[in-house]
Design a protein around this ligand. Structure first.
Ligand code: C2O
Length: 557
């Protein structure tokens, strides 16, 4: 029996009145031949499963996951969206908060779920291993605390992903060597099922089916674990009520289409109120409104009512076009924090540190690359260079020479960021730079997409804290006018947000979690190219305001 089932059964048998419990998990990273899809290949899995096991906990629980690395590559696991209050050692990004777990080694991740409930995801945070090493995290509210929406009869998890026929480590290694973009994926996955696969004749194999009872309300926990694709998700003839994103409750709103980027999670209520004798298409397709290649194959699953006939008519649905910017923005702009008495919005109203960051892609010389140069990612014209030991260790043990704390708060030069035909220089500076924040300072970051090479929608993820999305717009950010339209009343709170193509997004957060926190584009291709930086939040003077000491089994580089 799996550890969580055992824990669950114990809880059912022996109801306890103590609040928080300790949850033990064992994550064995092992290679497994995966034959469910049209191409058979050996993939890195947790416990032989794809997607990996669901991590379940309640708000307040202490979660212990023993990750045992039984594959030939280094591994780390990131608990995406878990706040990791003072426990940066358990956050997981390789060379940011820890050295990787080497083959044959293990590491015990240890954190307490504080002030969060909803759906998140875990994934490997080194190279491209997260393409198959990922799974859902379900955090239930504390015992006796209801959801702030009608209790669903049942819950289902839907993990969306991407599938390459080739080994994804080979894909990214080849791209790194050539300096060119990596190949797009060959299929999209729904809970591991591919549906149609590029260049593959067996398409009926592996269709995801969601079986439901008639006239019930389901809670769908939708996770985008894809590597590079922002996704539209729909179910024919049915509507969704969005109630939570990134483990933060939202004001409920009704939509036919869910838009979800890599790293994001979205909980929706689904009423199974259609004819039970029908079957209904579930579809996921890519969004890309820039001249950039993505996997354009729509994956289909089926929603079926229990007791429905096998030969029942199939209800189809039409997806938004691949470049449907309006569908993307409509969904994003519909999101508001619940902002209730129990779940108030704590958006900082005054700002101690105001940053403006340009983001995008550039080109740097590379003697060994195909054209003598390579594509790179940038924030404020800096391409982040990965250190060889964890930044958090370097900070904690005061090891000099690993990073500099001079990440610029503004672009080094100003220019027309979103001009149609950018003619300026494409080169970037290299550096391992962090931006230091005093404990408890309030921070605003305006992320500005640029048209250098091509404008593009970037899902930006911040580790260690949630942020509030106070503003978003198309074109160049105007520091004089745009803040007047900021939403400081009920902005959505989350951990990953798009910077729209040729536009900007403004986020605010309070730096109340000491540690080193990665911020990067959650398109893995851009992370690989260096579209990343880190914030260093200093210890406070109070009793619970400093990083806890590192665990004894913290991996060494
Ligand atoms: Cu979901 Cu830094 O990652």
């Amino acid at each position: 029996m799996e550890a969580w089932i055992r824990a669950f059964v114990l809880i059912l048998l022996f109801p306890t009145f103590s609040e928080a419990v300790v949850r033990h998990y064992t994550f064995k990273v092992v290679m497994k031949n995966y034959t469910k899809l049209c191409s058979t290949k050996s993939i890195a899995t947790v416990n032989g499963k794809f997607p990996g096991p669901t991590l379940r906990a309640r708000e307040g629980d202490n979660v212990l996951i023993n990750v045992i690395n039984n594959i030939n590559s280094n591994v780390t696991i990131h608990w995406h969206g878990i706040r990791q209050l003072r426990t940066g050692w358990s956050d997981g990004p390789a060379y940011i908060t820890q050295c990787p777990i080497q083959p044959g080694q293990s590491y015990l991740y240890n954190f307490t779920v504080t002030g969060q409930r909803g759906t998140l995801l875990w994934h490997a945070h080194i190279s491209w291993l997260r393409s198959t090493l990922h799974g859902a995290i379900v955090i239930l509210p504390q015992k006796g605390t209801p959801y702030p929406f009608p209790k669903p009869a049942k819950e289902k998890i839907i993990v969306l992903g991407e599938w390459w026929k080739a080994d994804t480590e080979a894909i990214i290694n080849q791209a790194t060597q050539s300096g060119m973009p990596p190949n797009v994926s060959d299929a999209h996955t729904m809970n591991g099922y591919t549906g149609p696969v590029r260049g593959c004749s067996v398409s009926s194999k592996g269709t995801y089916t969601l079986h439901v009872d008639h006239n019930k309300t389901y809670l769908l926990r939708i996770v985008n674990a894809a590597i590079n694709d922002e996704i539209f998700f729909k179910i024919a003839s049915h509507k969704f009520v969005v109630v939570e994103v990134d483990a933060s409750y939202t004001k409920p709103f009704t939509t036919e289409t869910v838009y979800i980027t890599p790293g994001q999670t979205t909980n929706v209520l689904l009423k199974t109120d259609q004819s039970p004798s029908g079957k209904y298409l579930i579809a996921m397709s890519s969004f890309m409104d820039a001249p950039v290649a993505v996997d354009n194959i729509t994956n289909y699953g089926l929603l079926r009512y229990k007791g429905g006939h096998l030969g029942s008519p199939l209800a189809l649905t039409s997806m938004p076009l691949i470049n449907a910017t309006q569908s993307q923005l409509k969904f994003i702009n519909s999101l508001r924090s619940l902002n209730s008495k129990k779940y108030p919005v704590n958006v900082p109203l005054t700002i101690d540190h105001s940053l403006f960051m340009t983001m995008g892609v550039g080109v740097n010389p590379c003697a060994t690359c195909l054209n003598g140069n390579k594509l790179v990612g940038t924030l404020n014209n800096i391409t982040f260079v990965m250190p060889t030991i964890g930044l958090l260790q370097a900070h904690y043990y005061k090891i000099n020479g690993v990073f500099t704390d001079d990440f610029p708060a503004n672009p080094i030069t100003t220019f027309n960021y979103t001009v149609a035909n950018f003619t300026g220089g494409l080169g970037t500076l290299n550096g391992t730079k962090v931006y230091s924040l005093p404990y408890n300072s309030s921070v605003q970051v305006v992320l500005q997409d640029t048209s250098i090479i091509a404008p593009e929608s970037h899902p930006v993820h911040l580790h260690g804290t949630n942020f509030f999305v106070v503003g978003m717009g198309i074109g160049n950010y105007d520091a004089n006018k745009d803040p007047m339209n900021f939403n400081l009343v009920d902005p959505v709170e989350r951990n990953t947000i798009d910077v729209p193509t040729g536009g900007w997004t403004a986020i605010r957060f309070r730096a109340d979690n000491p540690g080193v926190w990665f911020m990067h584009c959650h398109l893995e291709v851009h992370t690989s190219w260096g579209l990343k930086m880190a914030f260093l939040v200093k210890d406070g003077d109070g009793p619970n305001q400093s990083i806890i000491p590192p665990p004894k089994d913290l991996p060494k580089c």
